[in-house]
Design a protein around this ligand. Structure first.
Ligand SMILES: NC(=O)C1=CN([C@@H]2O[C@H](COP(=O)(O)OP(=O)(O)OC[C@H]3O[C@@H](n4cnc5c(N)ncnc54)[C@H](OP(=O)(O)O)[C@@H]3O)[C@@H](O)[C@H]2O)C=CC1
Ligand SMILES: CC1=C(/C=C/C(C)=C/C=C/C(C)=C/C=O)C(C)(C)CCC1
Length: 314
């Protein structure tokens, strides 16, 4: 405890990542691109993974302008084999990755019973399962040198929850990060660091519409993407184990554990945390409503709620 208190007041020493090989997943997305550019500014060579080839290539071009070596790979993180194959390619092309930023993430953004099974499954595969396969693919090389850094971009919603498919996957990511950290410590692999990043809403569009009670929005506004990544970078370079962005998010994390369930529910209701996803879901529904589906096309079979409604209609 004393150590933690002292560290809070000391200016942390930031490590140098010049010449390290850093792999970032979801590098075509908002935060992934910013992570890539921040690591490039620090002199790290980059391996960029995303399922969106164009967006990933765009990030690669921007990073190359900063003078580092960059390779972009199109990978579907929801498929274990795709991860293992791409990892083999990376090893053959550029060698050992020493910093892994597991940043890619998805959200279905539907009410549970309206959500196609495939979308729910994808949330868990990309946000949680992929962390296992990425670790199995890249940790062995780090272990050989007892040198590396595993970064997990989870979420504040991995520490406390609201009604959303995404929370379970991010709780899984937090649990995975913690157990990996314990495993490394138990094996005395102190040269391999881990950092857990838990941001609140970031203004990237991923959660467009998600909002808390109007009167409190000024107190906890959505985060700027660049600020979020810069704070996360500081934590990574300081080899900090965990960061909540903003720091205010440590409070619901702690109260979730300390207060009775009903007290948490009352607080969430008061702050608008209980229904924060509803306008976001409405946004998605509006976007999808233009997409007309035939009553019994194959994808509707995996949506029990919808399927039952359609049976009733017929
Ligand atoms: N935005 C927010 O409010 C917050 C985000 N986070 C987390 O931060 C991380 C980055 O979020 P953000 O930058 O906002 O999101 P973006 O949607 O902008 O970026 C995510 C990237 O991951 C890619 N991706 C999605 N699925 C796969 C897949 N199966 N295989 C490979 N790549 C995939 C996306 O491609 P495509 O665009 O084609 O789907 C996209 O390029 C995520 O883990 C998210 O959960 C945490 C807290 C808050
Ligand atoms: C639930 C809840 C809150 C709202 C949290 C929200 C709205 C989080 C959104 C996070 C996102 C979108 C993360 C993405 O990864 C408050 C008001 C802090 C109070 C405590 C309970």
């Amino acid at each position: 405890i004393l150590n933690a208190v002292i560290q809070t007041f000391l200016r942390p020493r930031l490590k140098c990542v010049d010449g390290e090989l850093c792999l970032i997943t979801g590098a075509g997305g908002a935060l992934g691109r910013l992570f890539a550019l921040e690591f490039a500014k620090e002199g790290a060579d980059l391996v960029l993974w995303d399922c969106n080839s164009d967006a990933n290539e765009h990030t690669a071009r921007l990073a190359r302008e900063l003078g580092v070596q960059v390779r972009a790979y199109t990978v579907d993180l929801s498929k274990r084999e795709s991860i293992y194959e791409a990892a083999e390619e990376v090893r053959a092309d550029v060698g050992c990755v020493s910093i892994l930023v597991n940043n890619a993430g998805v959200v279905a953004g539907r009410r549970l019973l309206d959500c196609p099974d495939e979308l729910l499954e994808r949330t868990l595969l990309v946000n949680c399962h992929a962390l296992f396969w990425m670790t199995k693919a890249f940790l062995p090389q780090m272990k050989v040198k007892n040198h590396g850094h595993m970064v997990t971009v989870a979420s504040a919603l991995g520490l406390f929850s609201t009604a959303c498919d995404y929370c379970a996957s991010k709780f899984g990511a937090v649990g995975f990060h913690e157990s990996l950290t314990h495993e490394l410590l138990a094996e005395n692999l102190s040269g391999i660091k881990t950092t857990l990043v838990c941001p609140y809403i970031v203004d990237t569009g991923m959660f467009a519409g998600c909002e808390i009670r109007k009167e409190l929005r000024g107190l906890i506004p959505p985060l700027e993407p660049l600020y979020t990544v810069q704070q996360a970078m500081k934590a990574i370079l300081a080899e900090q184990r965990m960061i909540c962005i903003p720091r205010l998010m440590y409070i619901p994390f702690l109260t979730r554990a300390l207060l009775p369930w009903e007290a948490n529910v009352a607080t969430y209701r008061f702050m608008g945390g209980d229904k924060c996803m509803l306008p976001f879901i409405k946004n998605i529904e509006m976007k999808n409503s233009s997409h007309v589906q035939s009553p019994l096309d194959s994808s509707s079979l995996s949506q029990p709620g919808l399927f039952m409604d359609k049976c009733k209609d017929q």
